[in-house]
Each structure stands twice: as structure tokens, then as C-alpha cells.
Design a binder for this molecule. Structure first.
Ligand code: HEM
Length: 219
């Protein structure tokens, strides 16, 4: 039975985080959500803020909605999140400025080429928290279908709502062909990187009430 001691030790070790997440906790007073925030650098000294909020509690093994917020310098052509931590077999949230508002596109790729429109992730863009000024554009939205998906091993993945999850971002300096359309084509990214987000730090007990409070954007 010597091996069982090893198993116990391995289990004990696995429950101890070996590295801290790349995210920090951010409370957004405007929308009321608490997010895990990551500053993704796309040029020296220039970053895009990626924020993720989750409901708390979430029943075990259940799929759940997430809320994300992206704050991008005005020069960014498009930027997006890959919820599975890489481009392939992962819901891709793609966002870009469209005049005084922001368009959200849903995509999924089975290879490293132009991703297809992805109907399994559905977005509700919020009225509060989506805006454009002379320096930045910002979008806040709920995604149903970003946290559960068919992943890289071709089986269903649900991101643990209390886990440290590896996500990725992509940034392009060029704008999509048709900014008003969520199904627009766009050029390949100039920068990609992955990061870890601590979903446990992004739990919101008032998630549903905050979703309702922030309202659906009409444009
Ligand atoms: C025109 C559309 C796109 C094309 C042609 C494209 C192409 C590629 C290629 C060729 C690579 C491999 C780069 C390398 O390592 O040499 C790559 C990586 C990557 N792409 Fe895309 N991409 C597109 C859109 C997107 C979108 C919309 C996202 C996310 C929202 C994304 C996220 C990533 C990420 C995170 C990586 C690095 C990790 C990985 O290889 O999976 N891509 N892409």
C-alpha cells in the first residue's frame, strides 16, 4: 500500500496553488460587478484591460453565464478573448469599435485560420458599461456559452467557476471590414498572449440583479 501514500500526497499537493493567477480583483463602480482583471500588453507600455465576472455560487458541474468587460485604447482595431486559452476549439469573443458603440462577434475556429461564426455563445451587451470616448472604447456584456464548450480534446469543458483558468487574448491594429456587423470579416491579429484569471476572485452574489440593472444596449 505504499503507493496510496503517494496518491494522498499528490492530492494534497494538487490542492495547493503552485502559482498565483495573473489577474487582480477589480470592482467596477459603474456596473457594480467585481471582476478578475488582466492588463494585456499589445505594444510596449500599452495595454487592454480584460475583465471577467462570474455568478456565485454556481451549482457543481452546471454551465453558467459570465460577464466580461474590455477597455481598449482607441487605436485598437479589434480585440478578443479565447475562453479556452488558445485560438482553436474555444469560444472566441471578438470586439471592435463601431462609432459611439462597440460590436461583439462570436466565433469558433477548428484551425489557425479565419474563425467561423459561433451560434453557441450568445451575448447580451449592456447599456451601462459600454461606451466610447476620445481615448478608449469599452464594452460590458453577458455571455451565455463562453464557459462551457467543446475544447481542444474534442470533449466538453466547463471552466471551473472557482478555479484559476487560462484564457487568451488577441489584438489587431486594423479595423474589421464592416464595423456595424457582428459577422464582419477581419484581418489576423498582430498580438496574442495567454493569461490566468482567478475566477474565485470574480464571484458576484448579486450577478442576476446586476445583469438586470445594467440593461440591454439597443445599438
Ligand atoms: C482572421 C482571423 C484569424 C486568423 C487568420 C488567425 C490565425 C492564427 C495563426 C496562424 C496563429 C498561429 C500563430 C503562430 O503561433 O504562428 C494564431 C494564433 C492564435 N490566435 Fe488566431 N487567427 C485569427 C483570429 C483569431 C481570433 C478572433 C482570436 C481570439 C479572439 C485568436 C486568438 C489566437 C490566439 C490566442 C493564438 C495563440 C495561441 C494559439 O495558437 O492558439 N485568433 N492565429
Amino acid at each position: 500500500m505504499r503507493w496510496s501514500i503517494g496518491v494522498v500526497w499528490a492530492a494534497a499537493l494538487m490542492s495547493i496553488p503552485t502559482e498565483a493567477a495573473d489577474s487582480s480583483t477589480y470592482f467596477d463602480a459603474e456596473t457594480g460587478f467585481t471582476f478578475a482583471q488582466f492588463n494585456g500588453l499589445f505594444q510596449i507600455g500599452k495595454g487592454i484591460l480584460y475583465r471577467v465576472a462570474v455568478p456565485s455560487p454556481v451549482p457543481a458541474n452546471a454551465s453558467y453565464d459570465v460577464v466580461f468587460q474590455i477597455v481598449a485604447p482607441i487605436a485598437v482595431g479589434w480585440t478578443g478573448l479565447a475562453w479556452g486559452g488558445g485560438m482553436v476549439r474555444s469560444p472566441l469573443t471578438v470586439t471592435w469599435q463601431n462609432g459611439q458603440t462597440v460590436t461583439i462577434g462570436s466565433r469558433y475556429a477548428t484551425g489557425h485560420s479565419m474563425p467561423s461564426v459561433y451560434p453557441n455563445a450568445v451575448y447580451t451587451k449592456f447599456k451601462t458599461g459600454t461606451k466610447v470616448n476620445s481615448t478608449h472604447w469599452q464594452v460590458t456584456a453577458k455571455c451565455s456559452g463562453c464557459s462551457t464548450f467543446i475544447g481542444s480534446t474534442n470533449s466538453q469543458v466547463t471552466l471551473p467557476p472557482k478555479g484559476v483558468n487560462r484564457l487568451a487574448f488577441a489584438e489587431s491594429n486594423s479595423k474589421p471590414a464592416t464595423p456595424s456587423s457582428s459577422t464582419s470579416t477581419f484581418n489576423v491579429h498582430d498580438v496574442t498572449n495567454s493569461f490566468t484569471a482567478d475566477f474565485a476572485s470574480a464571484g458576484n452574489t448579486e450577478f442576476a440583479a446586476l445583469v438586470a440593472k445594467n440593461g440591454e444596449a439597443t445599438n
